[in-house]
Design a binder for this molecule. Sequence first.
Ligand code: SAM
Length: 291
Amino acid sequence: GIQDIATPRRTKEIIQRHGFSFKKSLGQNFLIDQNILSKIVNAAGLDDTKGALEIGPGIGALTEKLAQSAKVVTAVEIDQRLLPILEEVLAPYEHVKVRHGDVLKLDLREVFAADFADVSKVSVVANLPYYVTTPILMRLLEDKLPLENIVVMIQKEVAERMAASPGTKDYGSLSIAVQYYSEPELVCTVPNTVFIPQPNVESAVIRLRVREVPPVEVVDEKHFFEVVHAAFAQRRKTISNNLKSRFFTKENRDTLEPLLQQAGIEPSRRGETLSIEEFARLSAVLLEAGI
Ligand code: SAM
C-alpha cells in the first residue's frame, strides 16, 4: 500500500528528512522489499491472538508488517537515533511498543511478563544485526523462553550451519546447539538488492520451530555441550583424539576407548559424523565414569 515503509522511495525519504546515517557497526541494513517482508511474516504463522518480539526494528519496515499480523508487537532497538523515527512511522499502531536497549542486556523474562501476558503464543521475528546473530539466537534458545517460532534474516552461511545434518561440512557445534532447542528450516535465500545499504555477505531467512522438549534425554546439559565442543575442537582429528586432549590425562587416557565402545561409537570416527543422540549417549557414559 501507499503507507509501506519498506520501499526504496519511502525509506530514502524518511532517512533524509531525519538526517539519519547508517552505522555499519550496528549491522544496519534496512529492508526495502515488500515481497521478502511477506515471506518473513508468513513464515512466523502469526494471527490476531499472538505476539511478536522484533529485535532491531530500524525504521520500522518489518515492524509495520508485524503490527498488521499480530495482536501485540514489542520491538527492541539499541540505536537511540531511531526512536523518534519509529515513533513517527508507527504512530498508527497502538499495539506496538518500542523499547530502547541492547537485546543482549535486556531481561527478556521481564519483557515477556510485561508485554505478552495477553497473547496465546510469541514468536521472534527479525532482520538481525549480523555481528551478533549467534549470541542473540543462543540466548533466546538457552533462556528457554516460551517461544513458538524464531524467524530471522541472517547470514546465509550461518543459516546453513544451523540447519546442517551430521556428516556434512557445515555440521558442527552450532548445528547441534540449535537443533537441540529447535527444528531449523531454511525459508529462502535473499538477494542483496532487498537491503539498503547492501550487506557484503549473502543472506537467508531461517525458521526455528522451538521445541517443547529436547529431541534426546540429556542428564547434564553443560557436560553435553562441553563434549560437543571438545569433539569439534580440531575438525581433522578423530573423536578419540579430541576427547583425550580435553578430558583425559596421560594416566587415564587408555580408559577412553572402552567408554566410546560402550556408547556405541567407533573411536576412529570424527565429531562431524556424530548425531545428537550419539553425543547424548557419549556424554552420559563419560559422566557415569566420572569424566
Ligand atoms: N528491522 C529493520 C529492517 O529490516 O529494515 C532493521 C534491521 S538491521 C539489519 C538491524 C537493526 O538492529 C538495526 O536497526 C540496529 O540498530 C539494531 N541493533 C543492532 N544491535 C542491536 C542490539 N544489540 N540490540 C537491539 N538492536 C540492535
